[in-house]
Design a binder for this molecule. Structure first.
Ligand code: ATP
Ligand code: MG
Length: 424
């Protein structure tokens, strides 16, 4: 066994029992996004490395140490497996001039890649659903993004808590930055290695440190809130008012700065204490400078991304199962005449929209019935040469009590369909 090739560390297979759940989740998510008028954008998984350096920022965890970057040996280009979806979405929007006739509401989903230490809730290939509202100045759209998240949580039966902050605008951040540098510089002895390195390049990121030894120092650091301009404060007040009007509870967390450089004004995270250290299930905010930073005509923007693995872990922790329905019928058959008829019956069931698994590989009725049971199908459709000669089937409920009955195929279809509408 040890000679067999295994999957890459931190990258997981999604086996059928789990992908049933993922498909159920994806169906909920697609419908939720449709109801809010967001439309899907699909971008390549590989991008030029420069895109992420420019969008996310050189002095960030992602760009400094988490990216899967390699040289395409065929042409010498530096390429990177996307670590997140915003940079690619904004690149595509600029490249195809999508904002020419006004704002766009977009979403994406798919795998993201970060070279982190794998642990529960933290993988090297993980999956996100992300939403980007481009071309809207807010604060209404900021609130819409948050309200729609809350709506999804309700549907999923989970209740993460909302943390909210504002990062203000450029000038305020510059003033804050100068104060932070002065503050941290006067506490050189307490700074850890990361903090010392970031002191002049990106002092705001020191606040984002997960090192407990830095906690007290960070708690007493100069507050951005004290530097904010009226315009940014008014924007933040309006977001909060809309959240209150929509009964969304939140906590203002002045230390919430987000790991990426591109945010300004509203930032938020949905957090839970049910998943251990990996407690952030969704994060986002406004990033008005990014479109211009990537070469587009200046346009405001806001969005969020949720981690699917963490969300599904939270759903599971709450005891709820999102499932894709099991097959409606498993068709067992013995005899040549029966086999030919079984193929016809399977076709009729499928044409009627039912999920029918046709037994393959022969064997006794008894062994086939075991397979039928293991398939979790709701009914066994039993066909012997007798039934075939009469163009009938024997229908046997597998998930609930009930007699088996011999009926015409059309009646069997009707019966299964009625039973499933009664259940729904
Ligand atoms: P963290 O602080 O946990 O590293 P982050 O700030 O790097 O998160 P974002 O870049 O904001 O995360 O990504 C949005 C969401 O994607 C996160 O809130 C989380 O749910 C999920 N996520 C991020 N990195 C990973 C990962 N390595 N494995 C699984 N999920 C992840
Ligand atoms: Mg991270």
């Amino acid at each position: 066994m040890s000679n067999n090739i295994q999957s890459v560390r931190g990258m997981n297979d999604c086996l059928p029992d789990v992908s049933d759940t993922w498909q159920g989740f994806e169906a909920i998510v697609r419908d939720w996004l449709r109801r809010y008028g967001y439309r899907e954008i699909r971008t390549p998984i590989l991008e030029h490395t420069g895109l992420f350096k420019r969008a996310i920022g050189e002095v960030t965890d992602i760009v400094e140490k988490e990216m899967y970057t390699f040289v395409d040996e065929l042409n010498g280009e530096s390429l990177t497996l996307r670590p997140e979806g915003t940079a690619s979405s904004v690149r595509a929007v600029i490249q195809h001039n999508l904002l020419y006739d006004g704002g766009k509401r977009l979403w994406y989903t798919g795998p993201m890649f970060r070279h982190e230490r794998p642990q529960k809730g933290r993988y090297r290939q993980f999956h996100q659903v992300g939403v980007e509202a481009l071309g809207f100045v807010g604060p209404d759209v900021d609130a819409e993004l948050i309200v729609m998240c809350a709506d999804l949580w309700k549907e999923l039966g989970i209740a993460p808590a909302l943390q909210l902050n504002t990062l203000g605008d450029h000038a305020a951040r510059l003033r804050h930055r100068e104060k932070l540098i002065a503050y941290y510089a006067s506490h050189q002895d307490v700074l850890d290695e990361d903090a010392r390195r970031r002191l002049h390049s990106n002092p705001l990121r020191i606040l984002d440190s997960k090192n407990p030894a830095m906690q007290a120092l960070n708690d007493a650091a100069p507050k951005l809130m004290d530097e904010l301009e009226d315009e940014a404060l008014t924007h933040f007040d309006a977001v909060q008012a809309l959240l209150r009007a929509n009964d969304i509870a939140f906590e203002i967390n002045p230390r919430l700065v987000r790991g990426l450089d591109y945010y300004n004004r509203t930032v938020f995270e949905w957090v839970t204490d049910q998943l251990g250290a990996q407690g952030t299930v969704c994060a986002g905010g406004r990033y008005d400078g990014l479109v211009e930073q990537l070469g587009g005509k200046p346009a405001p923007a806001a969005g969020f991304a949720m981690g699917i693995e963490r969300l599904l872990a939270l759903v599971e922790a709450g005891g709820r199962r999102i499932a894709t329905p099991a097959p409606d019928a498993y068709i067992v058959h013995a005899g040549d005449l029966a086999q030919a008829f079984a193929w016809q019956v399977a076709g009729s069931l499928r044409s009627a929209g039912l999920a029918a698994v046709l037994h393959c590989g022969g064997g006794s009725f008894k062994s086939q019935m075991k397979k039928a049971d293991a398939s979790h199908a709701r009914y066994a459709v039993i066909i012997g040469d007798d039934e075939a000669a009469a163009q009938q089937v024997t229908l046997k409920p597998l998930r609930e009590a009930g007699e088996q009955t011999r009926v015409e195929v059309a009646r069997a279809i009707q019966f299964i369909q009625e039973a499933s509408t009664q259940k729904a």
